[in-house]
Design a protein around this ligand. Structure first.
Ligand code: ZN
Length: 338
């Protein structure tokens, strides 16, 4: 692909694109799915609004952030008991709770009888939960369900579900029969201030003179976990961290390397009509999926590139005749294909 890439959004009308995509799916010998954050957003994994308010209103009130993503960074500077109270909520609702909308399931129905492989930057494990074969998945950026040594002193990851559940119980949460994290009816995600002072109804937290913020007493829900639940590396004793690729400490464990090798093998051994199906990939880390899909499509005259994206459906002009760009909600577009 030439160094100057001209981008286009136009590969036909919406209906033409849907018709072409149906045909391309039917004819494809192999489908490579590349999925980014937009796919989980379409499935209802939203980091702000109602989902945030339900489980993080106390953190919002005290620290002033308004979405889970921003909060994740903010709480890193706090006491580990508080950091892990926050992270346990975030991990659980994004990794272990059911998905609000069945978008991943629809996608699975569409490709389950095809020879497929999934490359994703998402860390919420939704593909496997929706039925995708784990031998056909490569999570490049980690998994909310795994911890690692924060140094890291060794290249291994650890399942966190049990400890995360303990952390949530210790804060006063409960679990519904279907695994939904529940705020107890008498629970209140409000910060209480020591003494008789209450939070003003309109919001702004004010520290009383000589007062102490008490985030662990008052309501039945706590904003901290007991110190003994803070995860530590079983080898060196340093704190554990999330197995997320945020910097150079990211641990690529044995499972990661096996998945990487399987993906590489899939690309090398499949022939015929390849369909590169890109879903909800933005421009944060375009090198992992988007640019590589463009290049592979460019090199293979029988390949088709598909970009389904809310607001950013585009492709290089150079491959536009073999591309299908669909702008819209991924779940709705998958409905049109089914
Ligand atoms: Zn260690």
């Amino acid at each position: 692909m030439s160094s100057r890439i001209r981008i286009t959004r136009s590969t036909g009308t919406h209906d033409e694109n849907i018709t072409r995509l149906k045909a391309a799916l039917a004819e494809a010998d192999a489908v490579v799915i590349g999925a980014g954050a937009g796919l989980s957003t379409s499935a209802g994994f939203v980091y702000s609004g109602e989902r945030f308010e339900k489980y993080f209103a106390d953190f919002e009130e005290l620290y002033g952030f308004h979405d889970m993503y921003t909060g994740g960074f903010h709480v890193m500077q706090l006491a580990p008991e508080v950091t892990w109270a926050y992270w346990s909520r975030m991990i659980y609702i994004n990794r272990y709770m059911n998905l609000p909308k069945p978008v991943y399931e629809k996608l699975y129905e569409l490709v389950k009888d095809k020879d497929y492989f999934v490359l994703t930057t998402n860390v919420d494990h939704c593909f496997q939960r929706a039925g995708f074969d784990k031998k056909r998945l490569f999570y490049t950026q980690g998994d909310y369900g795994l911890w690692q040594c924060s140094k890291p002193c060794h290249q291994k990851t650890y399942d966190n579900e049990e400890t995360v559940r303990e952390m949530l119980l210790a804060q006063g949460f409960a679990f519904g029969e279907d695994g939904t994290l529940e705020v107890p009816e008498d629970g209140s995600l409000r910060v209480q201030v020591d003494g008789s002072l209450e939070m003003p109804a309109d919001g702004q937290l004010k520290m009383p003179a000589g007062g102490q913020l008490n985030t662990s007493a008052g309501g039945p829900l706590k904003m901290e976990v007991p110190s003994e639940l803070i995860p530590r590396c079983p080898v060196c004793g340093e704190p554990m961290s999330m197995n997320l690729r945020s910097d150079a400490t990211f641990v690529e464990d044995e499972g990661w390397h096996q998945a990487a090798a399987r993906y590489d093998n899939f690309l090398r051994t499949r022939a015929g009509k390849m369909l590169f199906l890109e879903l909800g990939v933005g421009y944060n880390t375009p090198g992992i999926i988007k640019f590589s899909f463009w290049q592979m499509t460019d090199r293979d005259p029988d390949a088709t590139y598909v970009c389904i994206n809310y607001g950013e459906a585009s492709c290089p002009e150079q491959i536009s005749k073999r591309s299908i760009c669909l702008d819209g909600d991924i779940g709705e577009i998958l409905d049109e294909l089914g």
